[in-house]
Structure formats: C-alpha cells, structure tokens
Design a protein around this ligand. Sequence first.
Ligand code: ASP
Length: 315
Amino acid sequence: MQPIIIVHGGAGDIPTSRVQGKLDGIRVAVRAGYEVLKKGGTSLDAVEAAVVAMEKDENFNAGYGSVLNLRGEVEMEASIMSGTKLDVGAVTLIKDFLHPISIAHKVLTDSPHSLLGGEGAKLFALEKGFKTVPPESLISENAKNALDKFLKHGEFGRTEIGTKDEGGVGTVGAVAIDANGHVAVATSTGGMSGKAVGRIGDTPQIGSGTYADDNIGGVSTTGHGESILKYCVAHAIVKLMENGLDACTATTNAINGMTSRLNNTAGAISLSNKGDVGVHFSSNRMAWAYVKNNKVIYGIDQGQVLEESYDEKKN
Ligand code: ASP
C-alpha cells in the first residue's frame, strides 16, 4: 500500500494575518509525518510526529499556543487511535506538558484505560518519564490577546477562539495509512478560548474528535466542540464510509449535517482505507495538507487547492 498522511490545523474564522503561518506550519507537520511513513514507520508514529510538529508551533491551538480558559490557563486535550485493533488513548485537562499527543499515545500502549484526565493524567505522564514544562511557557501573546478580546465581547463557541480578530490558531489533527495498510488518527487541542475551567470538548472523545478503523478509514475533526460531540462527527463520517460513501462525500455530508442541525461550524479530514481523501469545513477557513504520490496538496480557503512537489522545500 502507498503510504499517505493528511493533517489539519483547525477550522474557524482565521484572520488573514494568521494564514501564512498556518500554511507553513501544516506543511512542516505533514512532511514530518510523511518522513516517518517513508522510512517504513507506523501510521501511529506518523500521526504523532505530525501533531507534535504543530503542538510546538504557536500558529496552532495545541501545545504551545493553546487558547486559554476563563482563568487564563492552558488546559489541553488529545486523543489517538489505531484502526488495527481499535486501540485508543486520550488525555484531558493537561496543563504542564508540551506534547499531550505523546502522552495520549502512551495511554494507548501502556495503560489499561482509554482516557485519563487532570491530576491522574499528570501522574501517568510523570510515571512514564514525560517532563513537565512551566505552564506559562505554553502561553503565547496571541492566546492572551484572544482571551482579553473574548472577555470584552466574545460569544462563547461561535468561533474556534472566541473572536474573529485574534482567532486563527486551531486544533490540530492527522490521519495516516502506513505501508501495511494500518490506519491511525491523532487530534490535539487547547479547546476554546474563554472556556470554563474543566471544560472537556470533542477532541479527547473517541468518535467525536478522532476515529480509526483499518476496515474503513480514519477521521480527525475540528470546530465547535459541543456540536461535534453531540453529533459524534468522526464516527458519523466513518459509518457513512462504511455504508459506501467515498471519503469526500462522507466528510461533506456529516459536516454539513452537523452544521444544519446544530447551527455551528466544524471541519474534518478523512482517509478511506484505500487512501481516498476527504476534506470539508463549514467554517470560513481550515488549514489542511496531505502528501500522496510525492506531492504536497494543501489549502486553507474554501475551494483552494495548492500543490508543491514533496522534494521542493518551500517552507
Ligand atoms: N474542537 C475544539 C474544541 O471545541 C476546538 C477547535 O477545533 O478549534 O475544543
């Protein structure tokens, strides 16, 4: 099987000033994931590598650069799934680690549980050798400004980050299939700007933010978390594919279905287990990129499809 990976960098009202940083960041991320696949690595390691690249990058709402809760703190969540045996790992309410996705991956491999939160997730991470970082080191200027604006005139949940002006960072995700045909998906987020302390969104919830099944395909979602989780968007897309829709139609139908039913926006990326690609968002923008046949295909605006050769280092 020809390996393939697709990533997203969050759906929402992304201001023009934030577009280039996101386009650069998703191409770095998709290349990081594809390198793993090219060397014969697993899809699980590839999606982790892609998400790690975006967790480090302040252009995205994950890891460093995560949005802030009402108390001005970063509280992150992440999930990862392997489609081979439907193994999952997820963490939520993580405050002082740079890479929640790597902790989620450890939950998948080393814990009898699926989802660990808060203090328990921290204890698990420490036991497994993850190093804490000072929580302030995860806070970017943009995230602070976004919270300030949100506190002045935000309306919770209407956009990924609360305000149109300072928005433009986004939840991140990746879906990959390796040479052995194994599907894996990873998703990581700081949630929504101005969220209540302790709020848990769609991202760490299997079936909402993330789903993978080798027999069908994989999906990672982004957007209005409370709506995504009510509609179980990731699982909905996988089920539409199981019932015969191609990845693109399944993704479009589920996202549009959620938006018309719940009046909030979202986006998703998907792959069928044959390697067909689905990208759809009902928000103004969503950064996405995939590598297939030595080409990087990417975009951020509605209808935009850009292309560069994989060997050309544009970023
Ligand atoms: N879905 C995320 C959440 O609600 C936010 C996003 O995707 O931008 O936590």
